[in-house]
Design a binder for this molecule. Structure first.
Ligand SMILES: Cc1cc2nc3c(=O)[nH]c(=O)nc-3n(C[C@H](O)[C@H](O)[C@H](O)COP(=O)(O)OP(=O)(O)OC[C@H]3O[C@@H](n4cnc5c(N)ncnc54)[C@H](O)[C@@H]3O)c2cc1C
Length: 465
């Protein structure tokens, strides 16, 4: 009976590939359809000759053994590097280390500014009380409580505006406890000696891991079909038929979907009622354009990431790829390889800019960071339309209503992953929701939508081995 099962997996990103690997482990061979020409989804690594681009700067970090085991099983130890986490915010020409340290805040930006910031933090704590850090509230309220108004405005307000292209008061704070570390007040004279804040990284970028996953699937007879965009998913009471953009159809007993939740709702046949389609159509995303620039001159930037919240920068963050892995550039190359991140509305503005226009934006940002004088050796531009599922005030309730409707009306449909559940997840949680979906398919009493609901899960520490 098991041999007749033939589930369909939509998307060959981390969630889709994980679901497929788990299905094979359970004795079932899935069919995987992927809209783009690559595997890896947002964590792909596009290449041009020996140049490789990580569109987001993907730290491999998890507190989950099953995820960690899968990463280890897919890539041999010598294909991983261990990278010290070094990030900073570039504020008024100065690199301020992030996560923020009390000592830097009090001294680096001037003692007077430091004392003002401290006063502002004390005022925020006294006037608000501890309630706000736990309640679902706006990002602005959360940030003001965590950092005081002054430091919140200096470090976070501009970045969040750039990332989400909206007022921080319009953004929910439910993701922030996981993503943004509090101020570290421990008196450590030299944090560069801290060896615990490190992460793993595949030598040739995150896509190397997902290409290895696709190879493993191919060897098991389940190679992902690329260039296969699902436009319709039909349930006829017995099973599922998905229709691809080119008209081909694929049939299966279940659907594991990592396509954006609102697109899945549009694709369903029979169509959900108008009110569910309406809710789904209001789920929003932010897009991302990453411009990777290789400069002939070697600049010593001692950070992997530099956040650029100020208006003098068009980008919101800069990756320093040389500090991630030498394998992202040709062997022996000795210049500076940077990735500029531009957050965009996926349907307007910069989204339509051609490469020449993006190069003009990057040139301005190169001047702003002090690297304007160098000759450019190589440029790559990558677009990610569904980079960030927006967490606005209505997201939680909207997703719940969609989830309940799907559970009641579409048997054997498993939305999973970051965009599949419209939840601002990293790879590990996207993978976990895929693993839980497969467990449910095999009969476990588990709710895959709860894979990332621990607000206290913090992205620090590491990774076993
Ligand atoms: C800027 C940035 C930085 C990040 N940094 C980190 C980090 O440091 N660490 C970390 O762990 N994670 C990080 N992430 C998150 C990580 O990229 C995601 O959590 C992960 O890629 C989600 O996997 P997924 O499979 O759920 O979704 P995706 O990666 O979005 O994959 C979904 C796949 O489905 C395909 N698809 C969509 N629609 C269809 C359709 N209709 N038919 C067929 N296929 C379809 C897409 O083409 C895509 O390949 C970052 C993300 C961004 C944007």
């Amino acid at each position: 009976m098991m041999a007749k099962r033939s589930p369909l997996v939509i998307g060959a990103g981390p969630a889709g590939l994980t679901a497929a690997l788990q299905l094979i482990k359970g004795g079932v061979t899935p069919q995987i359809v992927e809209a783009s020409a690559n595997v890896g989804g947002l964590a792909r690594t596009p290449a041009d000759g020996d140049w490789r681009v990580d569109a987001g700067g993907h730290r491999f970090f998890t507190q989950n053994e099953a995820v960690s085991d899968m990463w280890r099983a897919l890539l041999p130890t010598d294909q991983w590097t261990v990278v010290p986490r070094r990030s900073a915010m570039l504020i008024a020409g100065q690199f301020v280390r992030y996560p923020l340290r009390g000592r830097d805040l009090l001294v680096q930006c001037g003692v007077r500014n430091g004392l003002r910031g401290l006063g502002s933090l004390m005022w925020a704590r006294m006037s608000t009380g501890p309630r706000v850090s736990n309640d679902l509230t706006s990002f602005r309220d959360w940030g003001t409580y965590q950092f005081g108004r002054r430091w919140y405005e200096t470090f976070f307000d501009g970045y969040v505006r750039k990332t989400w292209l909206t007022e921080p008061s319009e953004i929910a704070s439910d993701w922030a406890n996981q993503r943004i570390k509090p101020i570290d007040w421990r008196p450590r004279p030299d944090v560069s000696l801290d060896t615990t804040d490190v992460f793993r990284y595949p030598r040739r970028g995150p896509g190397q891991l997902w290409e290895a996953a696709a190879d493993a699937l191919k060897a098991a007879g389940a190679a992902p079909v690329l260039g296969a965009e699902v436009v319709k998913a039909q349930f006829d009471g017995k099973g599922w038929t998905v229709t691809l953009r080119d008209g081909r159809t694929v049939r299966g007993d279940a659907v594991f979907s990592s396509m954006p939740l609102q697109n899945l709702i549009q694709a369903l046949d029979p169509a959900p009622p108008q009110h569910i389609r309406g809710i789904a159509s209001r789920l929003r995303h932010r897009g991302l354009i990453t411009v990777a620039v290789a400069l002939r001159t070697r600049y010593d930037i001692p950070f992997n990431w530099v956040y650029t919240p100020g208006p003098e920068f068009g980008c919101g963050r800069i990756q320093n790829y040389g500090r991630w892995s030498a394998g992202l550039a040709p062997a022996g190359w000795n210049g500076t390889h940077l990735g500029f991140e531009y957050f965009v509305d996926g349907v307007s503005g910069l989204w339509d800019a051609d490469d020449n226009e993006m190069i003009r934006h990057v040139s301005a940002d190169l001047h702003a960071i002090g690297c304007g004088g160098s000759e450019i050796e190589h440029i790559m531009v990558t677009h990610s339309q569904y980079a960030y599922p927006v967490h606005d005030a209505s997201r939680e309730r909207s997703v719940q209503r969609i989830r309940d409707h799907l559970a009641a009306n579409y048997p054997a449909l498993y939305p999973m992953g970051r965009n599949g559940t419209h939840h601002y997840d990293n790879q590990d949680h996207a993978m976990l929701s895929a693993m839980h979906s497969v467990e449910k398919y095999f009969g476990a009493d588990i709710d895959p939508w709860q894979a990332n609901t621990n607000r206290r899960y913090h992205e620090s520490g590491l990774i076993n081995g």
